[in-house]
Design a binder for this molecule. Structure first.
Ligand code: TYD
Length: 204
């Protein structure tokens, strides 16, 4: 079997990326294309334990510690889940990945982007997604969608989330071939159609 593909879903909290990832998964199932789903932080086993700390820990968390936890989870996800599946010819759909760390810890928290790129490179052992969807949404709409029950990162404030959004757009400008920006305020069906178009043009 040929090599699979690694596709990531990115964007602000409440942008609808998880919904779109699940819709693409349904499409792949219908088409009998082998795939798996994973997410960062999380995935399974140890990754889910790291996720629990990252999202719910209530004491102070240093920005660098936060970054290292995301990166540790990433290394685990790549080695234990993503690479083995891609090697078997599967399509791996991953909810958040390297670009989240650049957008949130880099642009959002203000950590040095060059260093984050370097650390991402170490965490992934140089692997990059074949395709990345960024679901772009204004902060006001995304915060409305998230509602009042916010986790630690969702509670970081409007300015923070504006920087995150701009970070994603900046990344897409730098890597237009890999990163496709979609308007996340459109209807679920409309966005799904665009996702399928981009996906099929990649595999054909
Ligand atoms: P997500 O899975 O989208 O949260 P939820 O399922 O609750 O919508 O992402 C978890 C949070 O972690 C999200 O606020 C973004 C943040 N995050 C970072 O700050 N850096 C990272 O590298 C990653 C992967 C996520």
């Amino acid at each position: 079997m040929g090599k699979g593909l690694f596709i990531t879903f990115e964007g602000a909290d409440g942008c609808g990326k998880t919904t779109q990832m699940n819709l693409l998964a349904e499409y792949l199932k219908k088409e009998n294309i082998p795939f798996i789903l994973t997410r960062e932080p999380g995935g399974k086993g140890l990754g889910e334990k790291v996720r629990e700390i990252l999202l719910n820990y209530e004491g102070p968390v240093s920005d660098r510690c936060e970054s290292f936890l995301f990166l540790a989870d990433r290394a685990q996800n790549i080695d234990i889940i993503v690479n083995p599946a891609v090697e078997k010819g599967k399509i791996v759909l991953c909810d958040r990945h390297i670009d989240s760390t650049v957008a949130y810890q880099g642009y959002g928290r203000g950590l040095d982007i060059e260093r984050i790129n370097m650390l991402n490179d170490i965490a992934t052992n140089g692997k990059k997604p074949d395709l990345t969807f960024v679901f772009d949404i204004d902060v006001e709409t995304s915060m409305k969608r998230v509602g009042t029950e916010k986790d630690r990162l969702e509670s970081a404030g409007i300015e923070f989330h504006n920087r995150v959004r701009n970070g994603y757009l900046e990344l897409a400008k730098q890597e237009p071939k890999r990163i496709k920006v979609l308007d996340a305020t459109k209807s679920i069906e409309e966005i799904h159609k665009q996702v399928i178009e981009i996906f099929t043009s990649l595999i054909s």
